[in-house]
Design a binder for this molecule. Structure first.
Ligand code: FAD
Ligand code: DHB
Length: 391
């Protein structure tokens, strides 16, 4: 099998890249190790930056998002039983975000790819990227019980944190920057209308909590839990009781309960792999970097990477110049490090580390006070949350 761009992974990065290349008249093949139902059901991100929504629209993949997605103009910060709303458009010259789940983005892109795009093979597991340093890189993969080879001009590893692409970059050329956190998130989906019309990020002495949503009738909620927690050890009632504690306010706000339909625990880490390119192999999305989810940045970073790659390859095709491909890693990393910083700040602002001292608690409250009382501090948060430029 032969193609121009071999794409490993059909998460948001791989699927959007295939679409952008198709629109630019460049052919590709996508290899995905899981089956279609799994990819379409995996609960993850919920928030699209305005720039991400604009890219999906321009790629012809925004129709259902514009119909069913919920535009959000702010978030609420909750601390010390108080509520503070951050108004995005007022602080950023009109920017907002979109609540539209990653599952839906993936469903839309898969449907488009199968109708109009090049091959998208499910249950096709990449085993290794070979000859990345040459003009003819190859992906060895297993599909329908047989081993095969995809001969490419370029390979893009969009295969997430646990993928194989990153391993093809020699260790002596690589630097990894990493931090793990001593807590994770227990996430639930519940059949109950969201108790607030915007997302609520709560800092509490018992730990962080987040209220989000998937639709006007489905809530998505998260609780900070100790690292290594098994979701099964929390009963539904314990989860609701704990959420109620952490979201408590001095006014008469109430958390509505409903049947919990899904429960899982996500670990938290910050991770950056530099460089993101070796020869004709490029890494995009979670394959190259991870942020803790508090800033809602992971999917948006993946989109930024593939937009940068598609632009660079189109430039190469139109002008013959490899200049933008050569600077791919630096261009992406500028934005990635801003998102790493923002996600770290949001995480340390809102989570209670095990063994945190009274001094650290007071500092967190002072940082939150500062955001609530200084337009400059609040603007910094609003700019970070609504997104850094794709430049
Ligand atoms: P992935 O989605 O991980 O896709 C990689 C794909 O590659 C997968 O389909 C995998 O099966 C496939 N694959 C792996 N290995 C192979 C192989 N060897 N061969 C073939 N295929 C392979 N981000 C946000 O922007 N906003 C949010 O609100 C947000 N909230 C989050 C909440 C949670 C609980 C979690 C866990 C994440 C959240 N994120 C959020 C992060 C976001 O989900 C990820 O950053 C995003 O999925 C990255 O997309 P990706 O395509 O790079 O990788
Ligand atoms: C969601 C996830 C996040 O990490 C976040 O910061 C906001 C919302 C969500 O899944 O809805």
């Amino acid at each position: 099998m032969r193609t121009t761009v071999g794409i490993i992974g059909a998460g948001p990065a791989g699927l959007l890249l295939a679409r952008l290349l198709h629109n630019a008249g460049i052919d590709s093949v996508v290899l995905e190790s899981r089956d279609r139902a799994y990819v379409e059901r995996r609960q993850r991100a919920g928030i699209l930056e305005q720039g991400t929504a604009d890219v999906l629209r321009a790629a012809g993949a925004g129709e259902r998002m514009d119909r069913e997605g919920l535009r959000h103009d702010g978030i609420e910060l909750r601390f010390d039983r108080r509520r503070h709303r951050v108004d995005f458009p007022a602080l950023t010259g009109g920017r907002s975000v979109m609540v539209y789940a990653q599952t839906e983005v993936c469903k839309d892109l898969i449907a488009l790819q199968l109708q109009e795009g090049g091959p998208l093979l499910f249950e096709a597991e990449a085993l290794a990227v070979e000859d990345a340093g040459t003009d003819a890189p190859r992906v060895r993969f297993r599909h329908e019980g047989r081993e095969d080879v995809l001969e490419c001009e370029y390979v893009v590893g969009c295969d997430g944190f646990w993928g194989v692409a990153r391993k093809a970059i020699p260790a002596e050329l690589t630097q990894v920057f990493e931090r793990t956190y001593p807590f994770g998130w227990l996430g639930i989906l519940a059949d109950v209308p969201p108790s607030h019309d915007e997302l609520v990020y709560a800092r509490h002495d018992r730990g962080f909590a987040l209220l989000s949503m998937r639709s006007p009738s489905i809530s998505r909620l998260y609780l900070q839990v100790p690292d290594g927690t098994d979701a099964g050890t929390w009963s539904d009632e314990e989860i609701w009781d704990e959420l109620e504690h952490r979201f408590e306010t001095a006014d008469d706000w109430r958390l509505e309960r409903g049947p919990i339909t899904q429960k899982s625990v996500t670990p938290m880490r910050s991770y950056v792999h530099e460089p993101m390119r070796h020869g004709r192999l490029f890494l995009a999305g979670d394959a190259a970097h991870i942020v803790p989810p508090t800033g809602a940045k992971g999917l948006n970073l993946a989109v930024g990477d593939v937009v940068t790659f598609a632009r660079a390859l189109t430039h190469r095709k139109e002008t013959g110049s490899a200049e933008l491909l050569d600077t791919y890693s630096q261009t992406c990393l500028r934005r990635i490090w801003q998102a790493e910083r923002f996600s770290y700040d949001m995480t340390t602002l809102l989570h209670r580390a095990p063994g945190a001292t009274g001094f650290e608690d007071r500092l967190q409250l002072a940082r939150l006070e500062r955001i609530a009382s200084s337009r400059a501090a609040e603007t910094d948060l609003a700019e970070g949350y609504t997104g850094f430029s794709f430049g």
